[in-house]
Design a protein around this ligand. Structure first.
Ligand code: NAD
Ligand code: UGA
Length: 481
């Protein structure tokens, strides 16, 4: 039974974590009010858009939950002060990207948004408030938050007091609703047992109690970084083996299946791909590297940095393979790119392998035609930092004027005319059903299909008369048409 003293929940940050997490809580706890606030007016307007296809985040199952909860017990707003004033519990779910300048640049997290949130909480909250770190944070950030809040406790006329808890989020994009509904565990780190119990009671409305773990606050912060580092390490491990498969004649799918059957290893997270992307793996590993360096644990720093290094190397390797297979030059050759998101079922492109790979191909002079069912052309332009070429630009383009390539966005899959190659980068379901026997008639021969996600049926492609390269498949070394 929910504790009666908790009624209003505020979440600062309406992003990929704050939005879905509060939506799930609101759907499970109809007696509580959830106010999700953000400084980004456009994002809040999208969360409030009556047309649910315009939500700022694409996440399977999200629209349905929003339609049940929005403007009932779930509210999205930019009125941060009001939401903080009325809150019994405040989740801080703001972005924590890698610092680009100053001390720790390139490795440590930039905590300016977390600090700003803590200051807003210190300024506006009333009475006793539980402050929950939902963002992924460097170990001992709770201390920073506590010290900002403590200074307001001593200045305050409102008798404010705070308990700081760590409650990291483990959802993965694309399966966020499923992960939130049925988490492997919920981690609550802290010292104040009452506050921990209040937070636990919210989760207990739908999460079995044995899945809720209590730890000290530093273990909770470190467990989140470690969890992502271990997951990313599996991907770098399997991707490194894919390169060995290609030169030895082994097949990465077979190797994955064989090792995954060992229950000590397990079968999940062994899909070789174009390299891990997403907003967190790289930044969280680099955070761990920074922590190790800070404590002068250099060998440990090098060990974890290796996971990121393999990933960078692997992304560069894929672009190189495309160039090599197309006779060493892709200048003015049309290459179709299937998928730009960092994985399927999300519109998120942060750190997507597609960014680096597309940039490399454009640098080599390729004419990219990019398709993704959920990513907007504006987003691709922001990521590539290169303007797309529209139809009239294309017609007027002097082929000899500029050797650098370009890109064009395509809304549908009517995209293969006069293409020399197709490169699949995101494992969207619809790409499995492409009719290669029809596509081949429109491409320039010899034509290539490159599958970096191992989702295309190789037999169908080969039967259609296309050259086929699949990541980690050594058996296709010598096959040419
Ligand atoms: P995001 O960038 O999608 O959302 C963060 C939001 O916070 C933005 O909309 C931003 O405008 C808002 N914001 C920043 N400062 C603010 C302030 N002072 N007041 C109000 N709003 C403010 O980020 P995200 O992907 O939701 O990630 C948030 C945190 O959760 C990060 O620490 C991330 O590492 C962690 N995390 C992310 C995922 C994921 O899958 N994306 C999963 C688990 C944990
Ligand atoms: C990851 C973790 O899975 C979440 O538990 C964590 O909460 C989250 O990071 C975070 O802290 O942000 P996410 O980045 O959303 O979630 O997505 P993943 O499914 O982990 O995929 C990350 C990248 O690895 C993607 O580019 C994906 O294509 C790639 N990947 C994943 C593979 O190449 N092979 C696999 O077997 C699995």
């Amino acid at each position: 039974m929910m504790n009666n003293s908790v009624k209003n929940i505020c979440c600062i940050g309406a992003g990929y974590v704050g939005g879905p997490t509060m939506t799930m809580m609101a759907s499970q706890c109809p007696n509580l009010i959830f106010n999700v606030v953000d400084i980004n007016e456009e994002r809040i307007a999208s969360w409030n858009n009556p047309d649910l296809t315009k939500l700022p985040i694409f996440e399977p199952g999200l629209e349905e939950l929003i339609s049940k909860t929005r403007n009932k017990n779930l509210f999205f707003s930019t009125n941060i002060q009001k939401a903080i004033e009325s809150a019994d519990i405040i989740f801080i779910s703001v972005n924590t990207p890698t610092k680009t300048k100053g001390l720790g640049a390139g490795k440590s997290s930039d905590l300016k948004w977390v600090e700003a949130s803590a200051r807003q909480v210190a300024r506006f909250s009333k009475g006793h408030t539980i402050v929950v770190e939902k963002s992924t944070l460097p170990v001992r950030t709770a201390e920073v938050i506590q010290s900002i809040l403590s200074s307001s406790e001593s200045d305050s006329k409102n008798n404010t007091s705070f308990s700081v808890l760590s409650n990291p989020e483990f959802l993965a994009e694309g399966t966020a609703i499923r992960d939130l509904k049925n988490p492997d565990r919920v981690l609550i780190g802290g010292e104040d047992k009452n506050a921990m119990n209040f937070l636990s009671e919210i989760y207990e409305t739908w999460v079995p109690k044995e899945k809720i773990l209590f730890t000290n606050i530093w273990s909770s912060e470190l467990a989140k970084l470690t969890s992502n580092a271990f997951l990313a390490q599996r991907i770098s491990s399997i991707n490194s083996i894919s390169a060995i498969c290609e030169v030895t004649g082994a097949n990465i799918r077979e190797v994955s299946r064989a090792i995954g059957k060992d229950t000590r290893i397990g079968s999940k997270f062994l899909d070789s791909g174009p390299g891990f992307g997403g907003s967190c793996f790289k930044k969280d590993i680099l955070n761990l590297v920074y922590l190790a360096e800070y404590f002068d644990l250099r060998e440990i720093a090098k060990f974890w940095e290796g996971v990121v290094n393999i990933n960078n190397w692997h992304q560069a390797r894929i672009a190189k393979i495309v160039v090599e297979k197309l006779f060493g030059t892709i200048s003015q050759k049309k290459v179709v790119i299937l998928g730009f998101a960092f994985k399927a079922n999300t519109n998120d492109t942060r750190e997507s392998a597609a960014i680096k790979i597309c940039k490399d191909l454009i640098d080599e002079g390729a004419e990219l035609f990019i398709h993704d069912p959920k990513v907007s052309p504006k987003q691709i332009e922001n990521d590539l930092q290169i303007k797309p070429l529209n139809d009239s630009d294309y017609k007027n383009k002097d082929p000899f004027e500029n050797r650098l390539g370009h890109w064009t966005f395509c809304k549908n899959l009517d995209i293969f005319d006069k293409a020399h190659a197709v490169l699949l980068l995101t494992e969207w379901e619809e790409y499995k059903y492409i009719k290669w026997d029809k596509v081949v008639k429109r491409m320039i021969r010899p034509a290539w299909v490159f599958d970096s996600r191992s989702i295309i049926d190789s037999e169908l492609v080969k039967k259609a008369g296309l050259n086929f390269w699949s990541l980690g498949d050594g058996s296709q070394k010598e096959q040419h048409y």
